[in-house]
Design a protein around this ligand. Structure first.
Ligand code: NAD
Length: 512
């Protein structure tokens, strides 16, 4: 819901927010902002429900996820309608980013999560293996707070929630106040899938509710959102010594090498910049193109942009800006660039033919790093194109940012592309593709620098909702420990001989 306006409330009552459609501006609902007491009550319920859930087998929890996937398949149109009403995105994007990705994540973790969370028997190294055994057990943390943004209003609430649940935790989910109904769908989905009561509560509200959740005494925070809020959340978690993952904003570069397939690269630039109307955390925010091919590449981009259909109903390619504050940021970045010498080859204005929050797909050239549009996250349908002379300059420009979420490289030389990827200070890199790593659950996903802390998804992400508890077992029933005292010079000499043998001789190095 795009425009979020406070409604007057009496002292002592919960604050209320009025929500309007980004596509039409019509009022579409209102929410109450849940306060610290509401959060505390939800936490108490979750604390009671969680121990029994942690005792269930992985297979029982996986069955809930499989049922949830079936519910999502059956009720996809209903869920899409809710997302569209709040976001104004094209139906195809809701299908791809929210429904397909949701079904895939539910199914993936239901099928593969068991092998990730099963306790491991690990062989110890060197001589230790003859004396001790090691098991690592993945214990649920307890109650996890999930705080999510508005740009992937269903999937970014669902994905961390399902991982926390399947790992044996209870969840308190606080979706964005811009898209509360899409977040609430996660609660409806798991209720329909038969998740036991109390394990998932969806809290509605804004920063007040989010801050109350962070301070409530949960066992982990999984936060996705802006850098500014991420810093506040991270500081609060640090003070309480609770773990958190912070999945934050980006300013993702795209590098188009001289040998790139220009048609594919131009298509990639257009999809990367305009999918979800540019409100995609890993969207292409700046393009660096080799001088030799820059004109041809830019012409191909412009040809494709001219064919994009922006709309509010029926079939269209580029949807609305989800909320008014984001639209103001986009406008300020573009006008800053134009005032500093950038040239707009397309767009650079609100769409005059649509009444809602629509910004036309915009292509800028003659840009440089003095401009906001090349430095700060724009998070809108804006594609600035800058030329580079050689690959060293491309690497330097791509890394000249406080962010480090993702990047994409376009080249026909796979080996050269991988070598280039390794030089980028980016959380993930795609070659000849827009950034799709979040949708590949095997890929650990997370940002570097200001783009975040920790990683989500796959082995690292799922295990991040647990404590990896090592259990070390002495093979001889504790005899070695029983022999510890008294310390004697004879024992010291034996220890020194052992150290020399193990670490000072070829045989010892081989043994250890
Ligand atoms: P935001 O930081 O304004 O809000 C995110 C969530 O935090 C919302 O639910 C909000 O109500 C809540 N919140 C606000 N203040 C809070 C506080 N003090 N304490 C606790 N919670 C608080 O971000 P947004 O505008 O909703 O989302 C857009 C941002 O999210 C962009 O920067 C985008 O790049 C980023 N994002 C990152 C990823 C990723 O995976 N790295 C994915 C999607 C979006």
């Amino acid at each position: 819901m795009a425009i979020v306006t406070p409604i007057d409330t009496l002292p002592g009552q919960r604050r209320r927010l009025c929500l309007s459609s980004p596509a039409t501006g019509e009022t579409i609902g209102a929410i109450e902002v849940q306060n610290a007491d509401d959060v505390a009550a939800a936490l108490e319920v979750a604390r009671k429900a969680q121990p029994a859930w942690a005792e269930t087998s992985f297979e029982q929890r996986a069955r809930v996820m499989q049922r949830a996937a079936r519910v999502l398949v059956d009720r996809q149109d209903e869920f899409i309608d809710v997302v569209l009403r709040e976001s104004g995105k094209p139906r195809t994007e809701a299908l791809m980013m929210e429904i397909f990705a949701g079904c895939d994540a539910l199914t993936y973790y239901a099928k593969r999560g068991g092998s990730i969370l099963r306790s491991d028997k690990r062989t110890l190294h060197g001589m230790m293996r003859f004396m001790k055994q090691l098991r690592v057990v993945y214990q649920p943390l307890g109650v996890v707070g999930v705080i999510s943004p508005w740009n992937g209003p269903f999937i970014l609430s669902l994905n961390p929630t399902l991982q926390a649940l399947i790992a044996g935790n209870a969840v308190l989910l606080k979706p964005s106040e811009v898209t509360p109904s899409s977040g609430a769908l996660v609660g409806e989905l798991f209720e329909a899938a038969g998740l036991p009561d109390g394990l998932l509560t969806v809290l509605t509200g804004d920063a007040e509710t989010g801050a109350a959740l962070v301070e409530a005494g949960v066992d982990k925070i999984s936060f996705t959102g802006s850098v500014a809020t991420g810093r506040t959340v991270g500081a609060a978690c640090g003070r309480q010594l609770i773990p958190c993952t912070l999945e934050l904003g980006g300013k993702d570069p795209m590098i188009v090498c001289e040998d790139a397939n220009l048609d594919n690269a131009a298509a990639g630039a257009v999809v990367g910049a305009f999918m979800n109307a540019g409100q995609y955390c890993c969207g292409t925010e700046r393009v660096y193109v080799a001088n030799e091919i820059a004109d041809a590449f830019t012409s191909k981009v412009i040809e494709r942009v001219a064919k994009l259909r922006q709309g509010d109903s029926g079939e269209f390619d580029v949807g609305a800006i989800f909320w008014d504050r984001q639209l103001e940021i986009i406008e300020s970045h573009v006008s800053d660039a134009l005032s500093k010498g950038a040239v707009a080859l397309a767009g650079a204005r609100r769409n005059p033919n649509l009444s809602g929050l629509y910004y036309e797909p915009t292509v800028l050239t003659q840009v440089n790093h003095d401009m906001l549009v090349m430095r700060d996250e724009t998070f809108g349908p804006v594609l600035p194109i800058m030329r580079f002379n050689d690959i060293e300059e491309a690497v330097s420009l791509a890394n000249q940012t406080t962010y480090g979420l993702a990047a994409n490289i376009w080249t026909q030389d796979k080996r050269g592309g991988i070598a280039l990827a390794k030089r980028l200070k980016a959380g993930s890199v795609c070659i000849n593709d827009v950034t799709m790593t979040y949708g590949a659950p095997e890929a650990p996903f997370g940002g570097r620098k200001s783009s975040g802390v920790g990683q989500v998804n796959g082995v690292i992400g799922l295990r991040g909702f647990t404590h990896a508890q090592p259990i070390l077992i002495d093979r001889f029933g504790g005899r070695q420990t029983a022999d510890t005292y008294p310390y004697t010079s004879k024992k010291n000499a034996a220890m020194q001989r052992l150290i020399r043998l193990l670490f000072g001789t070829p045989l010892g190095r081989w043994l250890s």
